[in-house]
Design a protein around this ligand. Sequence first.
Ligand code: SF4
Ligand code: SF4
Length: 742
Amino acid sequence: MDKNQACYLCQGCGLGEALNFEKLQEVVEEAGIGEVKTHEQLCSPEGVAFIQGDVDGGVNAILLGACSCRVKTNEFDFGPEVIVERASLREQAVYPSEAEYEGEEEAGEDRQMLAEDYLRMSAVKLAKSDVPVPFQLEEAPETSVMVVGGGVAGINAALAAAKAGVDVFLVEKEDALGGFLGKMAKLAPENPPYQELEDTHLEALVAEIEGNDKIKVYTGNTVTETKGAPGNFDVTLSGGESFRCGAIVQATGWLPYEPEKLAEELAYGSNDAIITNVDMEAKAKAGDLGGIGSVAFIQCAGSRDQNHLPYCSAVCCTVSLKQAMLVKEANPEAAVYVIYKDIRTPGQSEEVYREAQRKGVVFIRRGEDYPKISESGGKLAIETADVTLNDTVEIDELDLVVLATGMKPNNPRVVEPPLVALGMDQEAAKKVAAEAKAACDDWSVLNLKYRQGPNLPTLKYAYPDSHFICFPYETRRTGIYAAGTVRRPMRVTAAVEDATGAALKAIQATKAAAGGFAVHPRSGDMSFPEFAMQRCTQCKRCTEECPFGAINEDEKANPLPNPTRCRRCGVCMGACPERIISFKNYSVDMIGSMIKSIEVPEEDEEKPRVVVLVCENDALPAIDMAARAGHKWSPYIRFIPVRCLGSINLVWIADALSSGIDGVMLFGCRRGDDYQCHFIKGSELANVRMSKISETLDRLVLESDRVRVEEISFGEVDKVPQIIAEFMETIEEVGPNPYKGF
Ligand code: SF4
Ligand code: SF4
């Protein structure tokens, strides 16, 4: 694009008093932007009109020296054809450096240098940015949605999508819709006053599905193949039918935890009267509860137990309360005991607990140990600790013992090879990958024809997930959403809400595919990775490291990108050793040039320079909030936002150190089991790549302490100054970079 650049410097929010604007103007002009204007408050209607007037006159590339790019986004949006780069003078120069460092005069000087560097870097970024042109699928994008699973979540997802005007393919492996809902006698109370058991309303739901001409139902079918990408998924079913859809909701529900595994602890299998909550529901559905004179429910049967299911299934307590009430309904004289570790009845379910107490159900808190179950005179007996009485309680003459077992997702478990495999030699890496593959379950729901495998990558207990905090329905395969108990254990009402959310997300994905923009977390981003293929060495790094399976490859190992699967994280760009992957507005050259534009003082000035490559998702907001909260830190730090730590190309670190920068910090989101990385493994990749930094440092004969990875979550704002101070101390200890001045 032909750029007509202009720079606008804001004097509001205290910037006017803190900075020398004449000098700032000179810096911007030296950086190649001839038109530089100041305004007393750019975000005011007058300030916006001031810029808009120039845009109307032909300005299409704007450098704003004002506040963080995370604020005032509406005010400074001048349309898709106008590039706006923002130098965060307020949050990154003025707010954090108001403190007197070594006298006010010097503090002012450092602050001024900081602001000037931010303007230099932003001017480079503006010069190297282009307006993204949205990717368009070759074939017309589909707007329909496939829902796999015809239980409560699947039915509600299909209805929600159809009500939004979208065609739906609903695939169910059984011959009838309903899933587990069809096996339930009643629902626990879901409506005020939370005392009456409720109907499942399954028949009405099925009738609604059958009467909706936007929903095509395929019962008795499974998915044998899913090819393509959001907007153009080609699906084949076991019955031989095939169709194309734009997005997918997987609502395949749950499987009960295997009671056979509880033979030792809870005598399952030793007596037909020891049954599970699933068996109990079948009895209730069959109207077979009247003969029960006494029953004990044992909660957390295998749940919250490191030897079985370490997590809480969230529903078993309420299910046992419901079943206890069903027994009381069938026979009010029945003796009903619930033996529990903790009764977990969130929200209004507490009322159900009270109602069960009112109906005469006896609750015994057992502590951690399982009760002992034995046979006595043709009946069952239980001996259990009662931690409330601090005693041991014996219950005998029991007709039935019900084990409240937990839920597992009805989804194959996928163990991804550890990232360290990337740093290994070929043979060792293959071995690690083979071990990971062997640890996976060898069945599939969607049978994806993805280079990365047929299944959705999962968390360790087989729940598919992409970011458990911010994006509840998203899986690691763009355009495919999980809803209901396949996503996490939940009750029927929660599954209905979940289904609606997932259906709307699926529709959003089809719109994104059609419009050529990204879904979460870079919603609306029109850029996508472009490959200069003539220099590709077929090393497969990009296909292997892309967290979202967006890149297939041909038989010669050439990468075949699928832009509608892409979330624009830039991990492939960081991975590519040939540096041939770039975005219109994010590239290896761009960030490298920004780093090189930083002015590095001579060694004798004793003003070190440190570059912090900051993840835009958690770390940058934390820095902004810390600045706004009044925290102060060294004025020798220069922050450069990156899309993800996984997008960091090692050459940037070499660029920084070889131009005299004293230290480089990579500041990103938390990794590990409770990761917060918005792109799943960006922080992990950064750490893996850090192991290779030592080669660069050795080559430059530099200390390894000069480079550090730090992780922070959004809520750890107060840690920002401490993390920076500790790194600055380290840099002071190792001394100036000997490359200064070269
Ligand atoms: S930008 Fe991210 S999601 Fe897109 S292809 Fe590259 S690594 Fe994959
Ligand atoms: S990482 Fe770069 S060189 Fe390697 S296959 Fe991908 S594009 Fe080609």
